[in-house]
Design a protein around this ligand. Structure first.
Ligand SMILES: N[C@@H](CCC(=O)N[C@@H](CS)C(=O)NCC(=O)O)C(=O)O
Length: 211
């Protein structure tokens, strides 16, 4: 399988971490987002939405991070993506929440305004978007914190794809000043999830910048 991606992006980083955790080899093709690499005619044939990551598995082209990690994790039996309908629905619930609310409404506006804009020279943060992002972060983190008071991982007693998805934006907590420190169980859970060697194995090189 070949993954097209931009290593500092939390989406690419997460896909590579899942593959590393499961011991599934991925060929990697660097797409330079800082130079519009996801909008070339060649790349648009792989993903017409012009976004990374994207995966090619034989004659199957796949885009959208959540679909990609589910496909990779389906390659062999494992606890991250158990072969059980209810367990998968529970994982998918948190991945859906991540896509619609945690990442989209809470983390992304802060990462974009406080980190990506600076890296790409896109001007000053939009303070209205930042204020809205902080409010969304606090609203969603409160739910996450209460949930993690009941169980060690998002979908129960074991680490799953849900933890990989939801943890991914928090790798830039410091740079984007995400107020995660106000949520002790989220902080403790992220400490455990981020300590997995797979994240380090898949980590962007320090010289690269974030997206
Ligand atoms: N919903 C998509 C989002 C993908 C996405 O926004 N990728 C960003 C990098 S994190 C990208 O490639 N942006 C380039 C562009 O939009 O031109 C997913 O989960 O894969």
């Amino acid at each position: 399988m070949k993954l097209y991606g931009f290593p500092p992006s939390t989406n690419t980083w997460m896909v590579r971490a899942v593959a590393a955790h499961l011991g599934i080899p991925l060929e990697f093709e660097f797409v330079d987002l800082s130079k519009g690499g996801s909008h070339t005619p060649e790349f648009l044939k792989i993903n017409p939405t012009g976004r990374t990551p994207a995966l090619i598995d034989g004659d199957f082209k796949l885009w959208e991070t959540t679909a990609i990690v589910q496909h990779i994790a389906s390659c062999k039996p494992n606890a991250l993506w158990p072969d059980d309908a209810r367990a998968r629905a529970d994982i998918m619930r948190w991945q859906s929440w991540h896509l619609a609310h945690w990442s989209k409404e809470a983390c992304e506006p802060l990462l974009f305004n406080r980190l990506v804009k600076q890296f790409l020279n896109l001007g000053a943060p939009d303070e209205v978007a930042v204020t809205r992002g902080v409010a969304a972060f606090n609203k969603e983190a409160k739910v996450l914190d209460a949930h993690l008071a009941k169980q060690p991982y998002l979908a129960g007693q074991n680490l799953t794809l849900a933890d990989f998805s939801v943890a991914s934006p928090l790798f830039y907590s410091q740079q984007a000043d995400l107020p995660v420190g106000a949520y002790p169980r989220v902080t403790e859970w992220f400490g455990r999830v981020s300590a997995l060697p797979a994240w380090r194995d898949a980590a962007p090189q320090p010289a690269a910048a974030a997206a």
